[in-house]
Unconditional design. Structure first.
Length: 106
């Protein structure tokens, strides 16, 4: 199964003051669609991920300097990414269910 991330929107805090300093245009959350496809059938689900405060152990990147790959990397590195893929896979499997409204005992 192939997964695709499409960024819907990014929420930015223009000025953030913390104990480690002042930062401009800090990404606080990302809204995205995660799609899964087997080449024939595809499903999508919308998600939102909250980002933690600025990590002084990494290089800070302002919003204007972000790349799509960097933002997608944050999503894939999230502790919740496995849950997101599980939910999309579940939706994919449910597409093959048949809803029966007549029963064998009638």
């Amino acid at each position: 199964m192939d997964y695709t991330i499409n960024i819907s929107s990014i929420n930015v805090l223009e000025n953030e003051t913390s104990i480690v300093g002042n930062y401009q245009n800090v990404v606080k959350s990302i809204n995205f669609t995660l799609s899964a496809s087997d080449g024939i059938t595809s499903v999508s689900e919308n998600f939102s991920i909250e980002l933690s405060d600025v990590d002084t152990n990494t290089v800070f990147t302002e919003y204007e300097s972000l790349t799509e790959g960097q933002v997608k990397g944050w999503i894939q590195d999230s502790i919740h990414y496995e849950v997101y893929t599980f939910q999309v896979e579940k939706k994919y499997k449910e597409q093959s269910y048949v809803n029966k409204q007549t029963f064998p005992w009638h």
